[in-house]
Design a protein around this ligand. Sequence first.
Ligand code: M6R
Length: 363
Amino acid sequence: DKGGHKHWMAKEIAEQPTVLADALAHYLPEGAKGVNLPGVDLDFAGVDRIVMVACGTAFYACQTAKYWFEQLARIPVEVDIASEFRYREPPLGDNTLAIFVSQSGETADTLAALRYCADKAKILSVVNVAESSIARESDVALPILAGAEIGVASTKAFTCQLTVLALLALKAAQDRAALPAETLAQHVGNLRLLPGRIARALDAGEAIRELSWELAEASDVLFLGRGPMYPLALEGALKLKEISYIHAEGYASGELKHGPLALVDSTLPVIVMAPRDGLFDKTISNVQEVMARGGRVLLITDAEGAAEASAGAWHVLEMPSVPPIFAPILYAVPAQLLAYHTAIAKGTDVDQPRNLAKSVTVE
Ligand code: M6R
């Protein structure tokens, strides 16, 4: 039942405030002290390296979580695509934790990578399907509690994966005494605000629908982000190409002048995901380089960012403000809505894009 929505994807995007709240309520029960996640029988004090492995959107969730584990808990993290990792036969140290992220829990390459690590490291998985092969073969399996995801394009599973990974990073910070208790409590409080903020971010749907008609005319689109917004730029590009068939690429803003700036002309929409964080000025100077070459910039930012940097932009979308470290969870929403409405404008099959399967059980 699509609950009154035209597509599963629309329903799944709209469900995010609810499923995120469910996941938070499960992992942070009312009245619990600190970040002691139920079912996580693991002490990060004994972990000196994390290896994260996944495919597609789940891989981008891992790339985002790298920023969190490193910045909050000071644990070095390596992230890899499952199809590369499994054949590289990477060495794993004694105190390495291997984390596998998969919505379906059945992705062939991710499962094979997990099996490679099985006798070499502690295995933790973050899955949506609790009875899946990946969950069964893990030492610790954490459900993301997103509910069934039917649309091939992953939406609510991504934001729930990010939420569970953010909680894990906070638990790691607590176990390793890497943050003062008040700072930890502040981060937890900020995560709890997300469902409400995401509900407000969904209000941008109408503005996005209107501009998507123009986006649908483009043959290429560039997504830019910096820091934890960089993996989200990659995810935004994947979402758009997957369902609208428009060629899209995600780049770290700082890489712009190392090549992709050559693509910029008046036909190229450049979507910039930039909350007003400590790196905002650097991102905006990249944006100015794009505008100086006639590029059409869609700036997605918060009120403060919009007040500072709207001049010359093609469009500006204003998101509710959130602490920058967790902004990727919120900014996933406009990325999903842009892909959704652009695909609708192009008349493609949103829920079942050509050539793709929901669960990739062959390599
Ligand atoms: O079930 P999984 O999370 O392991 O699937 C991984 C990818 O196949 C998946 O995220 C894919 O990239 C999505 N269709 C992207 O929207």
